[in-house]
Design a binder for this molecule. Structure first.
Ligand SMILES: NC(=O)c1ccc[n+]([C@@H]2O[C@H](COP(=O)([O-])OP(=O)(O)OC[C@H]3O[C@@H](n4cnc5c(N)ncnc54)[C@H](OP(=O)(O)O)[C@@H]3O)[C@@H](O)[C@H]2O)c1
Length: 241
Protein backbone atom coordinates (compact mmCIF):
# COMPACT_ATOMS: atom_id res chain seq x y z
CA UNK A 1 0.00 0.00 0.00
CA UNK A 2 1.31 3.50 -0.80
CA UNK A 3 2.27 5.86 2.01
CA UNK A 4 -0.45 8.37 2.99
CA UNK A 5 1.50 11.59 2.53
CA UNK A 6 -1.28 13.88 3.73
CA UNK A 7 -2.02 12.15 7.03
CA UNK A 8 -2.02 14.79 9.80
CA UNK A 9 -0.55 17.43 7.45
CA UNK A 10 -1.87 20.96 7.92
CA UNK A 11 -3.54 22.27 4.77
CA UNK A 12 -4.94 25.80 4.37
CA UNK A 13 -7.10 26.59 1.36
CA UNK A 14 -7.99 30.22 0.70
CA UNK A 15 -11.03 30.26 -1.56
CA UNK A 16 -11.97 26.92 -0.05
CA UNK A 17 -15.66 27.46 0.60
CA UNK A 18 -16.98 26.61 -2.90
CA UNK A 19 -16.05 24.97 -6.19
CA UNK A 20 -12.48 23.84 -6.74
CA UNK A 21 -11.13 24.98 -3.36
CA UNK A 22 -13.93 23.24 -1.46
CA UNK A 23 -13.39 20.03 -3.46
CA UNK A 24 -9.67 20.23 -2.58
CA UNK A 25 -10.57 20.72 1.10
CA UNK A 26 -12.80 17.63 1.04
CA UNK A 27 -10.19 15.53 -0.80
CA UNK A 28 -7.35 16.61 1.52
CA UNK A 29 -9.43 15.96 4.60
CA UNK A 30 -10.47 12.52 3.26
CA UNK A 31 -6.74 11.83 2.80
CA UNK A 32 -6.21 12.49 6.51
CA UNK A 33 -5.07 16.12 6.45
CA UNK A 34 -6.08 18.73 9.01
CA UNK A 35 -7.77 21.34 6.84
CA UNK A 36 -8.77 25.00 7.11
CA UNK A 37 -10.99 26.28 4.26
CA UNK A 38 -11.47 30.04 4.00
CA UNK A 39 -13.74 32.36 2.04
CA UNK A 40 -15.57 35.67 2.42
CA UNK A 41 -19.34 35.40 2.21
CA UNK A 42 -21.57 33.91 4.88
CA UNK A 43 -23.60 32.04 2.22
CA UNK A 44 -20.55 30.07 1.03
CA UNK A 45 -19.19 29.67 4.56
CA UNK A 46 -22.48 28.11 5.61
CA UNK A 47 -22.60 25.75 2.62
CA UNK A 48 -18.99 24.75 3.21
CA UNK A 49 -19.68 24.06 6.91
CA UNK A 50 -22.47 21.75 5.91
CA UNK A 51 -20.18 19.92 3.42
CA UNK A 52 -17.39 19.77 6.02
CA UNK A 53 -19.77 18.35 8.58
CA UNK A 54 -17.13 18.79 11.29
CA UNK A 55 -14.36 17.12 9.27
CA UNK A 56 -12.51 20.40 8.63
CA UNK A 57 -12.60 23.99 9.77
CA UNK A 58 -14.35 26.66 7.72
CA UNK A 59 -13.16 30.19 8.45
CA UNK A 60 -13.70 33.70 7.13
CA UNK A 61 -10.85 35.43 5.29
CA UNK A 62 -10.55 37.60 2.20
CA UNK A 63 -7.40 37.45 0.04
CA UNK A 64 -7.25 41.25 0.39
CA UNK A 65 -7.43 41.31 4.20
CA UNK A 66 -3.99 40.66 5.69
CA UNK A 67 -5.25 40.67 9.31
CA UNK A 68 -7.91 38.03 8.63
CA UNK A 69 -5.44 35.91 6.65
CA UNK A 70 -2.84 36.16 9.40
CA UNK A 71 -5.33 35.00 12.02
CA UNK A 72 -6.00 31.83 9.99
CA UNK A 73 -2.31 31.18 9.26
CA UNK A 74 -1.30 31.78 12.89
CA UNK A 75 -3.90 29.26 14.08
CA UNK A 76 -2.93 26.66 11.46
CA UNK A 77 0.86 27.11 11.42
CA UNK A 78 3.26 25.51 10.77
CA UNK A 79 1.38 24.99 7.49
CA UNK A 80 2.42 22.04 5.31
CA UNK A 81 0.36 22.94 2.27
CA UNK A 82 -1.07 26.32 1.29
CA UNK A 83 -3.52 26.66 -1.60
CA UNK A 84 -5.07 29.80 -3.07
CA UNK A 85 -8.09 29.02 -5.19
CA UNK A 86 -9.97 32.26 -4.62
CA UNK A 87 -11.38 34.18 -7.57
CA UNK A 88 -10.35 37.40 -5.87
CA UNK A 89 -10.80 39.80 -8.80
CA UNK A 90 -13.18 40.93 -11.54
CA UNK A 91 -13.72 38.64 -14.54
CA UNK A 92 -14.55 41.09 -17.30
CA UNK A 93 -15.31 39.30 -20.57
CA UNK A 94 -15.06 42.00 -23.23
CA UNK A 95 -12.62 42.96 -25.97
CA UNK A 96 -9.71 44.91 -24.48
CA UNK A 97 -10.73 48.19 -26.12
CA UNK A 98 -14.28 47.88 -24.79
CA UNK A 99 -13.11 47.47 -21.19
CA UNK A 100 -12.64 50.49 -19.00
CA UNK A 101 -9.22 50.93 -17.46
CA UNK A 102 -10.85 50.20 -14.09
CA UNK A 103 -12.29 46.89 -15.31
CA UNK A 104 -8.92 45.78 -16.67
CA UNK A 105 -7.13 46.80 -13.48
CA UNK A 106 -9.76 45.06 -11.32
CA UNK A 107 -8.92 41.70 -12.90
CA UNK A 108 -5.50 42.06 -11.29
CA UNK A 109 -7.07 42.01 -7.84
CA UNK A 110 -6.72 38.22 -8.15
CA UNK A 111 -2.92 38.63 -8.40
CA UNK A 112 -2.72 41.16 -5.56
CA UNK A 113 -4.82 38.83 -3.40
CA UNK A 114 -2.65 35.80 -4.15
CA UNK A 115 0.46 37.88 -3.47
CA UNK A 116 -0.98 38.91 -0.10
CA UNK A 117 -1.85 35.30 0.72
CA UNK A 118 1.73 34.15 0.08
CA UNK A 119 3.37 37.14 1.80
CA UNK A 120 1.17 36.80 4.88
CA UNK A 121 1.51 33.02 5.08
CA UNK A 122 5.29 32.94 4.64
CA UNK A 123 6.23 33.18 8.37
CA UNK A 124 3.80 30.36 9.16
CA UNK A 125 4.94 27.85 6.50
CA UNK A 126 6.70 24.62 7.42
CA UNK A 127 10.26 24.19 6.10
CA UNK A 128 9.17 21.68 3.44
CA UNK A 129 5.84 23.35 2.68
CA UNK A 130 4.12 23.53 -0.69
CA UNK A 131 2.18 26.42 -2.16
CA UNK A 132 -0.35 25.87 -4.93
CA UNK A 133 -1.88 28.77 -6.85
CA UNK A 134 -4.87 28.25 -9.13
CA UNK A 135 -4.66 30.10 -12.45
CA UNK A 136 -6.83 29.16 -15.46
CA UNK A 137 -6.47 28.07 -19.08
CA UNK A 138 -6.92 31.63 -20.50
CA UNK A 139 -3.37 32.27 -19.19
CA UNK A 140 -2.08 30.33 -22.21
CA UNK A 141 -5.16 29.90 -24.44
CA UNK A 142 -5.82 33.23 -26.10
CA UNK A 143 -9.41 33.90 -27.12
CA UNK A 144 -11.24 37.13 -27.95
CA UNK A 145 -12.82 38.95 -24.98
CA UNK A 146 -10.59 37.17 -22.45
CA UNK A 147 -7.64 39.58 -22.25
CA UNK A 148 -8.33 40.46 -18.61
CA UNK A 149 -8.44 36.78 -17.58
CA UNK A 150 -5.45 35.93 -19.79
CA UNK A 151 -3.23 38.68 -18.46
CA UNK A 152 -3.92 38.09 -14.80
CA UNK A 153 -3.72 34.30 -15.23
CA UNK A 154 -0.32 34.60 -16.89
CA UNK A 155 0.84 36.88 -14.07
CA UNK A 156 -0.30 34.37 -11.45
CA UNK A 157 1.62 31.63 -13.29
CA UNK A 158 4.78 33.74 -13.48
CA UNK A 159 4.49 34.74 -9.83
CA UNK A 160 4.40 31.05 -8.91
CA UNK A 161 7.53 30.32 -10.95
CA UNK A 162 9.35 33.29 -9.36
CA UNK A 163 8.34 32.10 -5.90
CA UNK A 164 9.44 28.53 -6.68
CA UNK A 165 12.93 29.88 -7.39
CA UNK A 166 13.09 32.30 -4.47
CA UNK A 167 11.41 30.20 -1.78
CA UNK A 168 12.99 26.78 -2.49
CA UNK A 169 12.99 24.24 -0.90
CA UNK A 170 9.39 25.31 -0.39
CA UNK A 171 7.67 24.03 -3.54
CA UNK A 172 5.40 26.35 -5.51
CA UNK A 173 3.15 25.09 -8.30
CA UNK A 174 0.20 26.12 -10.40
CA UNK A 175 -2.94 24.20 -11.21
CA UNK A 176 -4.70 25.56 -14.26
CA UNK A 177 -8.34 24.57 -14.72
CA UNK A 178 -10.14 24.63 -18.05
CA UNK A 179 -13.90 25.10 -18.09
CA UNK A 180 -15.14 23.64 -14.82
CA UNK A 181 -18.75 23.48 -13.67
CA UNK A 182 -18.63 25.45 -10.43
CA UNK A 183 -20.56 28.25 -8.76
CA UNK A 184 -18.39 30.69 -10.77
CA UNK A 185 -20.92 30.11 -13.57
CA UNK A 186 -24.08 30.30 -11.43
CA UNK A 187 -24.87 33.67 -13.06
CA UNK A 188 -25.94 31.61 -16.12
CA UNK A 189 -28.97 30.45 -14.13
CA UNK A 190 -31.03 27.62 -15.58
CA UNK A 191 -29.00 27.67 -18.79
CA UNK A 192 -25.75 26.85 -16.95
CA UNK A 193 -25.52 23.16 -17.96
CA UNK A 194 -26.46 23.86 -21.58
CA UNK A 195 -24.09 26.82 -21.88
CA UNK A 196 -21.14 24.94 -20.34
CA UNK A 197 -21.83 22.05 -22.72
CA UNK A 198 -21.72 24.46 -25.67
CA UNK A 199 -18.56 26.15 -24.34
CA UNK A 200 -16.74 22.82 -24.15
CA UNK A 201 -18.10 21.22 -27.35
CA UNK A 202 -14.86 22.03 -29.22
CA UNK A 203 -12.50 20.79 -26.48
CA UNK A 204 -10.67 17.47 -26.72
CA UNK A 205 -12.80 16.19 -23.83
CA UNK A 206 -16.22 17.49 -24.78
CA UNK A 207 -17.67 18.36 -21.38
CA UNK A 208 -16.99 20.74 -18.52
CA UNK A 209 -14.65 19.39 -15.87
CA UNK A 210 -15.60 18.87 -12.25
CA UNK A 211 -14.18 20.52 -9.15
CA UNK A 212 -13.13 17.06 -7.97
CA UNK A 213 -11.02 16.54 -11.10
CA UNK A 214 -9.18 19.82 -10.49
CA UNK A 215 -8.79 18.92 -6.79
CA UNK A 216 -6.96 15.76 -7.89
CA UNK A 217 -4.41 17.99 -9.64
CA UNK A 218 -4.04 20.12 -6.50
CA UNK A 219 -3.48 17.05 -4.33
CA UNK A 220 -0.92 15.72 -6.83
CA UNK A 221 1.31 18.81 -6.60
CA UNK A 222 0.86 18.97 -2.83
CA UNK A 223 1.99 15.40 -2.32
CA UNK A 224 4.78 14.93 -4.87
CA UNK A 225 7.92 16.26 -3.19
CA UNK A 226 9.83 16.50 -6.49
CA UNK A 227 7.38 18.79 -8.31
CA UNK A 228 8.01 22.53 -8.18
CA UNK A 229 7.68 25.53 -10.48
CA UNK A 230 5.35 23.65 -12.77
CA UNK A 231 1.83 24.01 -14.13
CA UNK A 232 -0.63 21.16 -14.07
CA UNK A 233 -3.38 21.72 -16.64
CA UNK A 234 -6.68 20.09 -15.75
CA UNK A 235 -8.55 21.37 -18.76
CA UNK A 236 -9.89 18.56 -20.94
CA UNK A 237 -7.39 19.63 -23.58
CA UNK A 238 -8.78 23.17 -23.81
CA UNK A 239 -5.45 24.81 -24.56
CA UNK A 240 -4.93 22.44 -27.52
CA UNK A 241 -8.46 22.86 -28.90
N1 LIG B 1 -14.52 27.26 -12.89
C1 LIG B 1 -13.75 27.46 -13.97
O1 LIG B 1 -14.12 27.14 -15.12
C2 LIG B 1 -12.41 28.10 -13.81
C3 LIG B 1 -11.64 28.24 -14.98
C4 LIG B 1 -10.38 28.82 -14.87
C5 LIG B 1 -9.90 29.24 -13.65
N2 LIG B 1 -10.69 29.10 -12.54
C6 LIG B 1 -10.11 29.56 -11.28
O2 LIG B 1 -10.28 28.56 -10.30
C7 LIG B 1 -10.35 29.17 -9.00
C8 LIG B 1 -11.56 28.63 -8.27
O3 LIG B 1 -12.73 28.99 -9.00
P1 LIG B 1 -14.09 28.19 -8.85
O4 LIG B 1 -14.56 27.90 -10.21
O5 LIG B 1 -13.95 27.07 -7.87
O6 LIG B 1 -15.02 29.35 -8.26
P2 LIG B 1 -16.16 29.32 -7.13
O7 LIG B 1 -16.94 28.05 -7.19
O8 LIG B 1 -16.89 30.59 -7.31
O9 LIG B 1 -15.33 29.33 -5.77
C9 LIG B 1 -14.49 30.40 -5.49
C10 LIG B 1 -14.10 30.37 -4.04
O10 LIG B 1 -13.24 31.49 -3.78
C11 LIG B 1 -13.81 32.28 -2.74
N3 LIG B 1 -13.39 33.65 -2.96
C12 LIG B 1 -13.67 34.46 -4.01
N4 LIG B 1 -13.06 35.65 -3.84
C13 LIG B 1 -12.37 35.56 -2.67
C14 LIG B 1 -11.54 36.45 -1.97
N5 LIG B 1 -11.29 37.70 -2.39
N6 LIG B 1 -10.98 36.02 -0.81
C15 LIG B 1 -11.20 34.78 -0.32
N7 LIG B 1 -12.00 33.90 -0.96
C16 LIG B 1 -12.56 34.29 -2.12
C17 LIG B 1 -15.31 32.01 -2.85
O11 LIG B 1 -16.01 32.31 -1.66
P3 LIG B 1 -16.59 33.79 -1.38
O12 LIG B 1 -17.08 34.33 -2.70
O13 LIG B 1 -17.66 33.58 -0.39
O14 LIG B 1 -15.44 34.54 -0.84
C18 LIG B 1 -15.27 30.52 -3.09
O15 LIG B 1 -14.97 29.83 -1.89
C19 LIG B 1 -10.38 30.70 -9.25
O16 LIG B 1 -9.07 31.19 -9.10
C20 LIG B 1 -10.81 30.79 -10.70
O17 LIG B 1 -10.33 31.98 -11.31
C21 LIG B 1 -11.91 28.54 -12.59
Amino acid sequence: MSENKLANKKVVIIGGTAGIGLAAAVAASEAGAIVWAAGRTEANLEKARSVANGRFQVVQADTHDAAALEAVFREAGPIDHLVSAAIGGERTLKPFLEQTEEQFKAAYDKLWGYAKVVRTAAPFLAEQASITLVSGSPARKIKPSQSALSCVGASVENLARCLAVEMAPIRVNIVSPGTISTSMFDWMGEEKAEKLKAMTAGHLIKRPGTSEEVAEGILFVMQNGFVTGTTVDVDGGRILS
